[in-house]
Design a protein around this ligand. Sequence first.
Ligand SMILES: Cc1ncc(COP(=O)(O)O)c(C=O)c1O
Length: 416
Amino acid sequence: MKEGLSFVVTKPLDVQRIRDQFPVLHQQVNGKNLIYFDNAATTQKPKRVIDSLVGYYEGYNANIHRGIHTLAEKATKAFEETRRTAQLFIGARHLEEVIFTTGVTGGINLVASSYGRTFLKEGDEVIISGLEHHSNIVPWQIICDEKKAHLKVIPVTPAGELPLDEFKKLLSSRTKVVAVNHASNSLGTINPIREMIQLAHAKGAVVLIDGAQAAAHLEIDVQDLDCDFYCISAHKMYGPTGVGILYGKKELLEKMPPYMGGGEMIKNVTFEKTIYNDLPYKFEAGTPNIADVIAFREAIGFIQEIGKGTIGAHEHDLSQHATEKLSALPWLTLIGTSPRKVSLQSFIIEGIHPFDIGQMLDARGIAVRTGHHCTQPLMDGFGIEGTVRASFAVYNTKEEIDQLAESLARIINFMK
Ligand SMILES: Cc1ncc(COP(=O)(O)O)c(C=O)c1O
């Protein structure tokens, strides 16, 4: 886990051309040009995603699957095309292994509830890590409470990494589920999930990967990783909010009961008995978020046209630049110093509350996130209330990072 990162750059990146595709970036905030560094919370959306949303509502708004009229057929086709695009994007073997959800939170709750309720027994163990977002903690707490199972937590090193030795110590024949993130939203650490999946499988446990912070930055091949479940949120990868995908191995999804009941997830209903629909519809009860699923395809297209390698190399450059600039500032401490990180920097400044830093940066048009980033136990582990987090996307530039560093230098000067 000590080696650096490498990227296959497929073509040179024209950042200005990319920025031109994002209408929201071209505005002033508090009298300054907007610098958007809150990408780990949600990325901005390119015009093609916005146009796709408008195109659906203006051109062929209709409910899907059951309609036989032209608009319904067009909407159904567009909706299902996203499933096919998503399948290729994550390398799933079967189309029906791609389930539309509301996002990573929706995906994890589905698995914790459906898989957990069916397969966890009293005394079983679920392993998560100290780096998890609340949405990969609380659903497991709920199901462990209900089933009298135990939740075990992999500790985090001072650099913000997960030591495999500690993971191995927690694994046993009682381990039934391992749920960890591919990359940490608070610290950026890229976790050694390939090794973790192999170790967990050797004990017979299934593995869920929270890919919220990986999908826009890292190559994902679920077959190659051999994970059992993988969750993604569209809005963190240039797509719309309220949509995500849950990948699950077909043989597991087939054994799992529905998570929600309602329309679409049934084949036949009588008052005596309901026959459930086949995958993936068994897990897609009710009218889905049609417009956003359709527009999600454009977000995947946007990423694929640039290439993950090209995006990763640019963001890595930005992150390196930020490390140099920020660590040169007095009183500032970077939190999370693994050499293998996605493109974000978390930091604290001695004696200045993260919230105040966030407000002062906002006054200069710079959007960052402050607080515990939905990882309260992780912050507790570092003995801090929260951090300031600057997270970078393909449209960010080194000049913007220079402005962040200059603004922070002024804030430190003024406050100290
Ligand atoms: C690592 C991680 N997991 C889960 C989530 C939850 O994602 P969503 O709110 O899209 O369901 C987030 C969102 O910040 C995240 O960063």
